[in-house]
Design a protein around this ligand. Structure first.
Ligand SMILES: [Zn+2]
Length: 245
């Protein structure tokens, strides 16, 4: 079974969606000792794990990227393309200091500095430790009426590929929300489409064409996700999802 884990922030006040930098380091160290980290499509799925980080917050570049290099790990970063500046000279301390709700308040949001910039994304991709996924253009619920799905799903891929100079073949559904048309379009333009769901996957085809991710935020211990009872829960959910088709 293929395990895919979903994370968001590091050291954020948005506690359900964050880990401390210390917890993340202990967790990633443990992963480096027990697993092989994979990019979407990498073979040898047995003993493999795929780490995904959503929203491309600057805290990923600041805290996680150095850890990926230190422990020789790979991660997939899901980027909402409309939030990304080419470059910023704003101080690291300020970019990290914004509280989660402040990031999405108009004035701060428009500065785009709480998110990684394209020069940072390119540096991370070139290192071989990070691969970029689209997380739509505007990080909106794609299941709502009136959403321009072509723009959000295909437009974000085009924007990311033009700015990065790398192929983007993975899509991470914002908020895990979708409908049949969203899945159809995403599968048409991407090889790998990710959702939320606390289940494991038989292969990179996922279940019903969607790759399930387990929640890696707000860890209480570095090995919490790999405890037998938790694993049993993930397996149970996987079986239920597969039977339901
Ligand atoms: Zn998101």
């Amino acid at each position: 079974m293929l395990t895919v884990v979903m994370y968001h922030h590091i050291n954020s006040d948005d506690l359900p969606l964050s880990n401390s930098d210390q917890m993340m380091e202990e967790h990633l160290k443990l992963i480096s000792e027990r697993f092989t980290t994979l990019f979407p499509g990498d073979t040898s799925v047995s003993g493999g794990i795929c780490l995904t980080f959503d929203d491309a917050y600057y805290d990923f570049y600041h805290y996680v990227f150095p850890l990926l290099k230190k422990y020789n790990l790979k991660a997939l970063l899901a980027v909402p393309s409309a939030y990304i500046l080419e470059h910023t000279d704003v101080a690291s301390e300020y970019r990290l200091s914004l509280k989660h709700h402040e990031i999405y308040e108009d004035d701060n949001y428009k500065t785009y500095v709480p998110f990684c910039a394209y020069d940072e994304l390119r540096e991370m991709v070139k290192s071989g430790h990070v691969m970029i996924a689209s997380h739509s253009m505007n990080h909106i619920n794609l299941n709502e009426e009136g959403v321009d799905l072509e723009r959000e799903i295909l437009g974000s891929k085009v924007a990311l590929e033009e700015n990065l100079g790398f192929r983007v073949d993975s899509f991470v559904l914002p908020y895990g929300k979708y409908n049949d048309e969203v899945v159809r379009l995403a599968r048409e333009h991407y090889s790998y489409v990710f959702r939320i769901g606390n289940a494991l996957n038989p292969s990179w085809d996922g279940i019903g064409g969607l790759i399930y991710r387990i929640k890696g935020d707000a860890l209480k211990t570095p090995d919490e996700l790999f405890e037998p009872l938790k694993q049993l829960g993930f397996w149970g959910k996987t079986v239920v999802k597969m039977v339901k088709g």
